[in-house]
Design a protein. Structure first.
Length: 562
C-alpha cells in the first residue's frame, strides 16, 4: 500500500464484466491514480497479497464469491482499505450490507463517468484525511516514546546518540552526525553514526570553537539543505579548506549534500544535527520534517538539563570545599584565640615566679635567709599550677579530618577541665557532672573539641555582665540506645526570637567583635557527624544548645569516673 499523503493512490477495481472495468480505467486515467483490475474476487485477493491497495471498487454480485464476502476477507487482512460498492440490483439488503462493511460510497449501475470520478475523489479525500490523522498519532506516540527514552539516558553522549538514532530512523537515513556545544567543559562534542557504527570526536581548539559558535549562531537558526560541502557556511568562518573538511563528517564529503536541523530551544542554539537528504528529510515544512525538528528540540532541552545538573554538581562541590575551608580557618582562629588565652595564663604564673625570684635575689644579697623559704614555696606552688594547667591543654594542631572511635564523655570532661582556669571563664561556674558510662562516638575528635569549645566560649561571653554566670552541661543516652544528647545552657542575655532563626547563617553574631562564622561551623560539624543541632533561648534568661549524635555500634558500658 502506498503512503496516501506522499505517494499515488493504489486502486483495485473488481468486476466480472470487463467492459465495466474498462469504463472505470477510462474515467480515472487522468487522475494520477495507479489502477489495477481483477475479474473475480479470488483474483483480487491474490493481487492484494502481492500488493495491497488503498481503495477497492467492487461489484456486489459476482460468481464464486460476491463482493460483500470479498470485502470481509479484505478487512481482516488490510483493515485500512477503503471500499466503494457497485451494483445493478439495488435493494435495501445490499445497502445495509454496504453500510455494515464501512463502504465509503454505493454506486448504481449503469453509472456516468463523472459519477465514478466524483465517488473516487470523495473516497480518496477520506482515505488521505484518515491516513494523516493516523500518521500524526503514530508520530506523537513515537515522539512520546523518544521523550521517555531521553529521560532514562543519564549523560550527554547517551542522549545525543539516542537522538541521532531516532532522527535517522524517522528520516530513513543510513548515517548522520550530531555536533553540540558542551558548555560546562568548554568544547564541542561530535558524534557520527554510519551503518550503526558510532564514532566520537572532541573539538577543543579555541579557533575552531570560536568559528563553530559563530557559524552555528548565524547560519543554522532554521532547518535547511546544504547542496555541497563547498557551500557549507563554515567556509565563511574558516578560510582553510583542509580544516573545514576535517571538521565536516566524511559521509557528507562523500554524499555531497546534507540536511541541517538546529538543536535549539527558544533563542538558544546548542548545535546541529546533520543527515543525508532523503524523501522525508528534504521535505522541509512537512509534518514528517517537523517531527525531526521536534526531536532536535527535545535533545536541546535534555542537553540543557544535563548542563544545569553538571553545573549544579560543580557548584555544590565548590561550596563544600569552601565550607571545609571555613572550618579549617575557624580552627586556625580557635588555635590563635587559645594561644592568646594560654599565653595570658602562663604569663600570670611566670610573673609570680619571676617576682619571687627577684625577691630571692634581694634577700640573698642582704643575707636575709629567714624569708627565703616562703618565697621558694611560692615559686614551687606556681610551677605546680603551671604543670596542672598545661596537662589539661588539648592538642588542636591536627587539621586533618579523620574519624575514629572516641568516648564522648571523656572528651567533654577534658574540654571542661581545660576551660575552667582560662581568663574568659573567671567567675563562671561550669556545672558538669560526668555520667557513669562510656559514650562511644565515631568522630573527628578535633572537630568535636572545636564544636564544644565554640559553644562554651559563646556561653561564657553571653553571661558577661550578668548577675549570675553559670553554664550547665548535661549528657543523656536515649532509652533505645541509638543516640545520645548533650545540652549546654547558660544564664546569659539570651537571643531575640526574630534572630534565633538566623543563628546558623553565615556572618551571624551577637558579639561586638565577632566574625560570624563560629555557629555556622558548629552546624557544619554536627551535620558531618549525622547529628542535630537546635537552640532555645529566652531574652534575659539565657540560651540552651541541644545536640544529639548517633551512638557508635558498640556496647555502652560503665566508665570509671576520674
Amino acid at each position: 500500500m502506498s503512503n496516501p499523503k506522499t505517494g499515488k493512490i493504489q486502486i483495485l477495481a473488481v468486476d466480472d464484466e470487463s467492459i465495466v472495468l474498462s469504463l472505470i480505467c477510462d474515467s480515472l486515467e487522468d487522475e494520477s491514480y495507479v489502477i489495477r483490475t481483477a475479474e473475480s474476487a479470488t483474483d483480487a485477493l491474490n493481487m492484494l497479497k502481492d500488493k495491497p491497495a488503498d481503495l477497492v471498487i467492487t461489484d456486489i454480485r459476482m460468481p464464486e464469491m460476491n463482493g460483500i464476502e470479498m470485502v470481509e476477507h479484505i478487512h481482516k487482512n488490510w483493515p485500512d482499505t477503503g471500499v466503494i460498492f457497485m451494483t445493478g440490483y439495488a435493494n435495501l439488503d445490499n445497502a445495509k450490507d454496504a453500510i455494515k462493511h464501512n463502504a465509503i460510497d454505493y454506486i448504481m449501475k449503469p453509472f456516468e463517468l463523472t459519477e465514478i470520478r466524483r465517488s473516487v475523489s470523495k473516497a480518496v479525500d477520506k482515505i488521505r484525511k484518515e491516513s494523516a490523522y493516523k500518521t500524526s498519532g503514530e508520530k506523537l506516540e513515537s515522539l512520546s516514546d523518544f521523550n521517555q527514552m531521553l529521560q532514562t539516558a543519564g549523560d550527554q553522549i547517551s542522549v545525543s546518540s539516542a537522538s541521532l538514532h531516532f532522527i535517522m530512523m524517522q528520516s530513513g537515513a543510513d548515517c548522520g552526525t550530531v555536533l553540540y556545544w558542551d558548555r560546562p567543559k568548554g568544547q564541542f562534542q561530535c558524534i557520527t553514526i554510519v551503518d550503526d557504527n558510532v564514532s566520537k570526536r572532541i573539538l577543543s581548539d579555541k579557533a575552531i570553537i570560536d568559528a563553530l559558535l559563530k557559524c552555528i549562531s548565524e547560519n543554522f537558526t532554521e532547518p535547511h539543505l546544504i547542496p555541497s560541502p563547498e557551500e557549507h557556511p563554515l567556509h565563511n568562518c574558516i578560510s582553510n579548506t583542509k580544516i573545514v573538511n576535517d571538521i565536516l563528517p566524511s559521509w557528507f564529503l562523500d554524499k555531497g549534500q546534507a540536511v541541517i536541523v538546529p538543536i535549539k530551544r527558544a533563542d538558544s542554539i546548542y548545535g546541529v544535527i546533520m543527515i543525508p537528504p532523503t524523501e522525508i528529510s528534504q521535505s522541509i515544512g512537512t509534518a514528517n520534517f517537523n517531527l525531526l525538528s521536534m526531536a532536535a528540540n527535545q535533545l536541546a532541552l535534555s542537553l540543557e538539563n544535563l548542563f544545569l545538573l553538571e553545573e549544579t554538581q560543580n557548584a555544590y562541590t565548590k561550596l563544600k570545599e569552601l565550607q571545609d575551608e571555613t572550618i579549617s580557618l575557624e580552627k586556625m582562629a580557635t588555635r590563635g584565640e587559645m594561644s592568646a588565652e594560654i599565653g595570658h595564663e602562663l604569663n600570670n604564673f611566670l610573673g609570680v615566679v619571676a617576682g619571687n625570684l627577684s625577691l630571692l635575689d634581694v634577700l640573698l644579697s642582704k643575707k636575709a635567709y629567714d624569708n627565703i623559704d616562703k618565697h621558694m614555696k611560692a615559686i614551687f606552688s606556681h610551677i605546680e599550677r603551671m604543670k596542672r594547667f598545661t596537662s589539661n591543654l588539648m592538642d588542636l594542631s591536627n587539621t586533618a579530618s579523620k574519624k575514629e572511635m572516641i568516648n564522648f564523655n571523656d572528651l567533654l570532661s577534658e574540654v571542661v577541665d581545660y576551660l575552667k582556669p582560662q581568663k574568659r571563664f573567671k567567675d563562671v561556674v561550669i556545672d558538669f557532672e560526668k555520667v557513669d558510662m562510656n559514650i562511644p562516638l565515631e568522630a573527628d575528635a578535633t572537630h568535636i573539641q572545636q564544636l564544644l569549645y565554640n559553644i562554651f566560649n559563646n556561653a561564657a561571653d553571653a553571661t558577661r555582665g550578668c548577675e549570675t554566670r553559670q553554664i550547665t552541661a548535661r549528657v543523656n543516652v536515649d532509652n533505645d540506645g541509638q543516640r545520645f544528647s548533650i545540652s549546654i545552657a547558660d544564664t546569659g542575655t539570651g537571643i531575640e526570637p526574630e534572630r534565633l532563626s538566623q543563628m546558623f547563617n553565615q556572618r551571624f553574631t551577637t558579639k561586638k567583635d565577632g566574625h560570624g562564622y563560629g555557629l555556622m561551623v558548629c552546624k557544619r560539624i554536627v551535620d558531618n557527624h549525622n547529628g542535630h543541632l537546635n537552640v532555645d533561648s529566652i531574652v534575659g534568661q539565657g540560651t540552651i544548645f541541644f545536640i544529639d549524635f548517633p551512638l557508635a555500634a558498640t556496647t555502652v558500658e560503665p566508665s570509671v569516673v576520674s
